[in-house]
Write a protein that binds this ligand. Structure first.
Ligand SMILES: Nc1ncnc2c1ncn2[C@@H]1O[C@H](COP(=O)(O)OP(=O)(O)OP(=O)(O)O)[C@@H](O)[C@H]1O
Length: 315
């Protein structure tokens, strides 16, 4: 459904997407990466909104370069800030999209799309009375009205509460089960972990790994030790302890045996005159994989990422 061949985009001297070759079919594929790593540029090329500098992508067999119109007929793209008109009803919004697409029976198609998103009961209410989660589902209904084969979603659950996020993912998984290919960007690792069949991790334009979440976590199969301390550690860490990075005052380590490493590290910190606020051990998550691959060891980056996540939660 989606095939890319050396897909590349340069902006002047900056290579925003670097030689991406991949194949995605009948699955939910999550593209994860830090800010500015090239996610949106990738999606924009795949949805024909940006022309590649080099390489090509085929969507449902059509080249984004040669046949962008055919590509558009087979896809839908839901950006982060898609427009729904709050002064219209849900149904009117979806019918309007159906008419924009020029499909034969927009009312019938809207009815079906609204039903698929569980919105029929509220379809004739004004959108301004909808919750955030309902608006998001309405955007998905708009995107489904012309029955696309491939759906592109940019941060589909941003700003939603836990229940709203879960519901959106249930619907996205339902779409995949009906045969749709879904390409999604997200910052929420836990969501990618639960919902995506495969994830690609992109860093500075390069997709550095494409795997199932399970395989990725298995690649960081050792225990994770988290130590909070306000003091700076200046020594060297013992053999068998890999320092993964620091976020705020939390240091992360990858170790063979968490319980044993906690004792060793606690002693080492005490010897260096450091106060420890808390220590914990856990199994690796997709977050750990991401941080170990993308290498969030620079404090400034760590701060920015934390701040960005906080900002996302507030939206
Ligand atoms: N039109 C443009 N002109 C010049 N540079 C651009 C343009 N669009 C994007 N870039 C640069 O290309 C790089 C990749 O940007 P992109 O928006 O694809 O990243 P992203 O992974 O989607 O980031 P975010 O998570 O912040 O949305 C960034 O360095 C960005 O500044």
């Amino acid at each position: 459904m989606i095939e890319t061949f050396g897909l590349t985009k340069r902006f002047g001297s900056l290579t925003a997407v670097d030689d991406l070759t991949t194949r995605i079919d009948g699955e939910i594929f999550g593209l994860l990466g830090p800010n500015g790593s090239g996610k949106t540029t990738t999606v924009k090329m795949l949805t024909t909104l940006l022309t590649p500098t080099a390489g090509d992508a085929h969507i449902c067999g059509y080249s984004v370069r040669e046949h962008p119109r055919d590509v558009r007929e087979h896809i839908s793209y839901v950006p982060q800030d898609m427009a729904v008109d709050p002064k219209l009803t849900g149904r009117e919004n979806v019918v309007f999209f159906g008419k924009l697409y020029g499909i034969p029976r927009p009312r019938d198609a809207a009815e079906e799309a609204l039903a698929r998103m569980g919105l029929l009961e509220r379809a004739d209410d004004l959108v301004r009375t909808y919750s955030g989660g309902m608006r998001r589902r309405l955007e998905l209904a708009q995107a489904l009205v012309h029955d696309p084969s491939v759906l592109f979603l940019d941060e589909p659950t941003i700003g939603l509460d836990v229940a709203g996020r879960r519901k959106i993912w249930e619907h996205i998984i339902g779409l995949k089960e009906r045969g749709m290919t879904v390409f999604v960007t997200t910052h929420y690792m836990d969501e990618a972990d639960h919902a995506c069949d495969r994830v690609g991790i992109i860093d500075r334009g390069k997709v550095i790994v494409t795997e199932t979440p399970g395989m990725l976590k298995a690649s960081v199969c050792r225990d994770i030790v988290l130590i909070r301390s306000d003091d700076r550690f200046k020594g060297t860490f013992p053999e068998g302890v890999t320092f993964l990075g620091r976020t705020g005052n939390e240091l992360r380590f990858e170790v063979e045996d968490g319980d044993e490493a906690v004792l060793v590290l606690s002693r080492l910190f005490a010897e260096n005159g450091m106060d420890i606020r808390s220590v914990s051990v856990r199994k690796p998550t997709l977050d750990d994989v991401f941080l170990s691959l993308v290498g969030e060891q620079d404090e400034q980056t760590a701060f920015d990422l934390t701040r960005f996540r906080t900002m996302l939660r507030r939206r």
